[in-house]
Write a protein that binds this ligand. Structure first.
Ligand SMILES: O=C(O)C(=O)[C@@H](O)CO
Ligand code: MG
Length: 270
């Protein structure tokens, strides 16, 4: 049985953040993820997880000044101290929330930054984070995010580059967060990449996220053959999480109105 996590940054966003946990459970999700928990005390989030029997599947390390356009710190030379402070904060939240996956966003390096220095900074930061998190039993995720539509200039933008980086990083608890929406924009070849990343000689994918393309809407709203891909995941016995990180198409009707695609996968009461 595939396991889906509602991304509470994107889904049920018509209500206050802490009320989205109940909505996710009511809709049949077994887990949740979101970009950042840091505006809320970890204990308050823990209480919602417990009350609604939800697993915290994933969240991100602090990613810099989001409002100012920052999208992560790992590949930003000169920001190592901020990266490490964010890592410490994320570890504290992960412990309270029982979360065993954290995502470190690479970031958008300044125009003109030395590419070798950027890569070296990224490798050093990710290695440090991975070694630190290994002691907590946490797997660190690196996610290729499309630089064509959503994050121009984002340093880690192709699955191919992310898979190659795993070897360069060389730490056993680092995996690729394979977001099929971003992957479809940058590379395609989704089915074969899932087989490679989940059933190849070395496991390389540690978390999945879904949305359709174009538009980042519900599965079924675009060109990606999700029933076909979900059948592949079932055949491979994928037992990790699938984060639902999409923009509900009909905001007025709410997230629930667009959950038809999810009916075969929802958690049943009892
Ligand atoms: O934008 C995405 O895709 C994400 O997964 C965000 O969490 C950025 O990490
Ligand atoms: Mg994603």
């Amino acid at each position: 049985m595939l396991k889906f996590a509602a991304n509470l940054t994107f889904l049920f966003a018509d209500r206050p953040f802490l009320d989205r946990f109940a909505a996710a459970a009511e809709a049949g999700f077994a887990g949740v993820e979101y970009l950042f928990p840091y505006d809320f005390p970890a204990a308050d989030i823990r209480a919602r997880l417990t009350a609604h029997d939800l697993t915290q599947a994933l969240f991100n390390l602090p990613a810099g000044d989001w409002a100012a356009g920052e999208r992560g710190l790992a590949a930003l030379p000169g920001r190592e101290a901020d990266f490490r402070a964010g890592l410490d904060q994320a570890r504290r939240y992960a412990e309270t929330l029982g979360c065993t996956r954290l995502h470190a966003m690479a970031g958008i390096p300044p125009i003109g930054a030395d590419p070798e220095l950027v890569r070296a900074t990224y490798l050093a930061n990710i290695r440090h984070a991975a070694r630190t998190l290994a002691a907590d039993g946490i797997t660190l995720m690196i996610e290729p995010i499309n630089s064509r539509i959503d994050m121009p200039g984002y340093w880690l933008d192709s699955p191919r580059a992310a898979f190659a980086l795993l070897d360069a990083i060389g730490e056993a608890n680092v995996r690729v967060q394979y977001d099929l929406y971003h992957a479809q924009i940058m590379e395609g070849d989704l089915a074969r990449t899932l087989e490679y990343g989940l059933a190849g000689p070395v496991p390389r994918i540690g978390h999945l996220q879904v949305a359709d393309n174009p538009g980042r809407g519900e599965p079924g709203s675009g060109e990606i053959a999700y029933p076909f891909l979900f059948a592949i995941l079932e055949r491979l016995g994928y037992d990790g999480w699938i984060g639902c990180e999409y923009k509900p198409a009909n905001l007025a009707a709410g997230t629930e109105a667009g959950l038809g695609w999810f009916a075969p996968y929802r958690r049943r009461a009892g």
